[in-house]
Write a protein that binds this ligand. Sequence first.
Ligand SMILES: [Zn+2]
Length: 76
Amino acid sequence: MSENKNVVEIHGCIVCARLFDILVMYTPAGKLVDSTVISPGGHRVMDERQPLVACNTHTAMEIEAYKRSKLQYSEC
Ligand SMILES: [Zn+2]
């Protein structure tokens, strides 16, 4: 049997790069399971491959636009 592990990571808001503490859960193989933003004023942005965060002040459209542009170059 294997257990998922929780790690606290610091990630920048995908829109303005403000830093947030995020509790991230990984499988023993290193696959992202879940993430929770610990710092106030931010919320997670769903992504299968990496934990992402954005300030509560940004609109969903703003976040989606940045998410697309940010993730394009890591597609390879
Ligand atoms: Zn922000």
